[in-house]
Design a protein around this ligand. Structure first.
Ligand code: MN
Length: 394
């Protein structure tokens, strides 16, 4: 038996306990919890009446489908186990494991919940019109993304090819995107879904959502700008969406609850909750190792509960493994913008990265997102990272 050492002030302390899927050597993937710089194998630690086959699995889906009572019981049991000795074979340094995509993604929806981001994109894409379209303050605008191309942090991103047509060109051409960008977002993972024809109320978010991940919604702005009218994003985004390897339980984000920044006009009744709230999550964007932005999630206009309520208000089912992301997180300040198209104002105001003027991503560039939120007693709750390196188009 051994004791898991958790460094003081670790963002992966006992108040966090995020879940992931890992393997060691060529072994089978299984479910683990991160504590400090250690991954603890739940298929070893939770046995007998505590355990079941959900932890000897290659995704969190079976565990997530067991529901909030089981999530709470397991979280307590893991907490207890880590304050005592655990079997030696359950403990691995995080540097010695391979981290896998933690969930089998069912459906993927991406929202557009930041007023600052939506306004900036409106100014860039439609310079002669009102920045926000008339529906924006009445409903959380979103689109259905591609679940099959959600990848785990560390996966290389191949530059997409497609049609692009600049405003000063007469006809589109085909080739590698010249305006490859990022979108720094939070994503929410559904554990318990809903029946066809039913809807999920804003205040029931905790009965359905298992946890949160950090998301980079890679975006080819030239492909997007040409294709998006009138049906929205398609190939400019579907080539890859990266998520963090760790799913932070919603229960770990209690201390991160903050009021929404204020909604006017008041949304329709189905978008109102008595207990609705935002989340105080600080995101950091690093480009080739240099900090370029700190997007604040607390500024988001629409809440996760409102997004889930809107997603199911027409009777569409939610399913175990559904991922719904917030849309780019941007704050009011320039250094709080979560996409390079905003940070460089459409490429017209380059950033200096490692001493070089930069606008969009070049082959070989690495982008790393990290995030943390307040936990109880002055602790921080870490989300880990979402890292990706851009590879040349094929
Ligand atoms: Mn997005």
């Amino acid at each position: 038996m051994t004791r898991v050492e958790i460094p003081d002030r670790s963002p992966f302390g006992l108040h966090n306990l995020p879940y992931g899927v890992f393997s060691v050597g060529g072994g089978a993937p299984r479910v683990g919890v991160r504590a400090g710089d250690t991954v603890v194998d739940l298929s070893v630690v939770l046995t007998g009446s505590d355990g079941d086959e959900a932890f000897a699995a290659s995704s969190l889906n079976a565990f997530m489908a067991q529901g909030p009572d089981r999530w709470a019981a397991v979280r307590q049991r893991v907490h207890d186990a880590l304050t005592a000795d655990v079997p030696h074979e359950a403990v691995h340094p995080v540097s010695a494991v391979r981290l896998h995509l933690p969930i089998e993604v069912a459906d993927y929806v991406d929202f557009y919940a930041s007023e600052h981001h939506a306004s900036n994109l409106g100014r860039l894409f439609r310079p002669d019109a009102e920045p926000l379209l008339p529906n924006w303050r009445h409903l959380p605008v979103g689109y259905h993304g591609r679940a099959g191309t959600v990848v785990v942090s560390g996966t290389d991103i191949v530059r997409p090819c497609g049609q692009r047509k600049a405003p000063d060109e007469d006809a589109p051409t085909f080739g590698p995107s010249r305006r490859l960008d990022i979108e720094a977002e939070l994503g929410f993972v559904v554990g318990i879904g809903s029946e066809p024809g039913s809807r999920i109320a804003v205040d029931d978010v905790a009965a359905h959502v298992f946890g949160a991940v950090l998301v980079n919604d890679w975006s080819a702005r030239d492909i997007q700008a040409w294709e998006y009218v009138p049906l929205g994003p398609h190939l400019g985004k579907s080539f890859a969406t990266s998520i963090s390897a760790w799913v932070v339980p919603l229960a770990a984000l209690e201390s991160a609850r903050v009021p929404l920044p204020g909604q006017s006009p008041e949304p329709l009744e189905y978008l109102r909750g008595r207990d609705d709230h935002g989340l105080d999550v600080d995101i950091l964007v690093e480009w080739n190792g240099e900090e370029v932005s700190r997007p604040p999630y607390r500024e988001m206009y629409w809440s996760p509960g409102q997004m889930l309520a809107h997603m199911t208000v027409n009777g569409a089912t939610a399913r175990t493994g559904d991922l719904f992301a917030s849309g780019t997180v941007s704050g009011p300040e320039r250094a709080q913008r979560g996409a390079f198209i905003e940070l460089t104002w459409g490429g017209r105001e380059p950033l200096t990265v490692k001493g070089v003027e930069r606008t969009f991503l070049l082959d070989g560039d690495e982008v790393a997102l990290t995030a943390s939120a307040p936990g109880p007693d002055g602790t921080r709750i870490g989300f880990g990272e979402v890292v990706g390196t851009v590879r040349a188009a094929r």
